[in-house]
Ligand binder design. Sequence first.
Ligand code: XIL
Length: 673
Amino acid sequence: MKKGLVKLIAGALAGMFLLSGCDALPKGSDGPREVPQTITADFTKKENKGNWVTYGDCKVTLKDGTAVVTERKSSNSGVAVPCPDYRGNKIKTTAQATTENDSLTLSMRYEIFGNVTYVNIAGGQPDASGAVSITGTVEIPANAENALIYLEANDVRDYTVSSFTVSIEGEFNNLTGVPVESLQDPTQTASLAAAYADYFKFGVASPATVMTNTNDGFRKLITTQFNSVTPENELKPDSVLDAATTLADPAKYNECPAIHFDAAKPILDFCKENGIQMRGHTLVWYSQTPSWLFYENYDVNGNLASRELMLKRMENYIDQVMNWCEENYPGVIYAWDVVNEAAADDGGMRDCYWKQTIGDDYVAKAFEFARKHGPAGVQLFYNDYNEYQTSKQDDILAFLKPIAEAGNLDGMGMQSHISSGLNVDNYVEAAKRYADELGVVIHITELDVTAPKSVNPMYDQGVYMKKFFTAIIEADKAGVPIECVTVWGLTDDMSWKSATKPLLFYGNLSPKPAYEGVMCAINGGEVAKPADYVEPVSDTTPFTEDYEDQSFIGGPRYSSVQKVVEGGHDSGFCLQNTEGYAEYDGYSIDVSQYAGHVIHVSFWIKSKADVCKCTADIDGTWPNIAEVQTGSDEWVFGEGDFEIEEGATLTIYFESSDMSPFFLDDLEIKAMN
Ligand code: XIL
């Protein structure tokens, strides 16, 4: 073969690799191929052959069978294990590491028709010696390409990983060689934005990969359905801060970090060209903000910067970002989430670098700077999650009131990452309270609704969506100033919580019953029962679980892990609950078959935690069914009653008060009437 030709073929091959990533799936008809059930990173071997790759901007050095990750430029850079052949499966992933970072997280990245999606799987905090072990399970959508699991941290400090595995949970669904499903024409679906035009804007969060994608289906879905767009990640500090430039000359950029809009430009261009308005998300946040921003000389090995210096950096950052956007894309951004998630989950204000360096008034300062420098007419929002919970409402209102009184707040962003157990009246009450007490407008900024664990999850979710949107239309009519509702993602597969199927469109762009529910709320009518609808049975047979056959019917709530182990109450086996992000990550069971009855729940539980609870999983209230004093690490009996509404879907869950593992045995649930 001629040299020139060889070069040409090599070039074409390299081009293919660039386009599709090195682990592109076979899309042809070559059929499924043998796939190992477990992938274990071998840190004695180089990238790829050792089943691992370097992820993002960092340096990986192999030492004594471990991977030492240094020079991490962003919190998500590190080591990854590619698992492209595991799409369409539930996987379990485990990593063991040592680090000086406060926490490590196992996350997943995959592409859906070329659009990048990130999913957090599980996190862990290192012990006093810096050691941490993290385990989590997650489902990978069937259409996901180039899936990989990576280990990220809350900070840019080094970490050393000694083991990293990804394995199939349950029966393996081999989709290698199976073509990815084809997309539906989204322009055939009636427009949400048009249907809701009299009430509020209908927005969507999108990654900028949608704009650069060779596939125009996703762009058509946006232009057909939505009239407001929020960049999913591209306007967050870690995308906007120019690390290379700032860190190369810290003295020059000491008070005014360098910024760039490489990631955000495609989505800003798209909105400008299509006349779609944008919500800017987000200026000041504890997360997705590189830790070097908070240090003297931008050096994480030195001291934290002073309040004065951080106020200058904050002011300059806000000024530059808001004004660059307005100068280059006049009128495109109509609202900014100035501060995101400043309230703590357990009350008060979240501990974070902003609070540590500036103090509690960092929120007020951010709004002051945004008002001072922001273009006239751009609305300034505070944005948070679990914002409908009464206790969090109190905390948020406490620090927002003075800001609103100073005239620096225009809107409250209710993220609304909810599940279909959330009581819509409580939710609307929260919206009304924010609007009344702060005198601001409301945006629902990140709506996604975890599908219930019922026999007809998609249909039931659709029915809930109708109820939810009916309630917010009514509230709007009654004067609650809801001006925009944004859903957090285009399709279930592209959701940051894809396993919970929380959005309005399926992965192939066709509308879900959830979409239909939203449309029924405005147009009337009922969500159609699907062809495979299963009539829910009211089954009042008592339910028992003693784990002696080593099986259990429930599952993890969020990222906890259950395992049947020996040492049960009165010997035998019991269920162990470990891991998870928070105390409420526990063992969850669907009890919807008892709808319309009072249930009696009894169980034996053991834990080092002071208290263990059995709770009904209803967003916003989480009523207690039984509470037992554990602490002694001995088996303790618990019981309680709970009335389940007619027609409701309900899960209950067991949790420990401080994330200590707990053990459950001899669980019985029975209908009392
Ligand atoms: C999420 C994005 O959807 C993910 O792609 C990213 O990996 C993590 O952040 N609250 C917010 C959003 O304000 O910015 C978050 O977005 C979801 C929770």
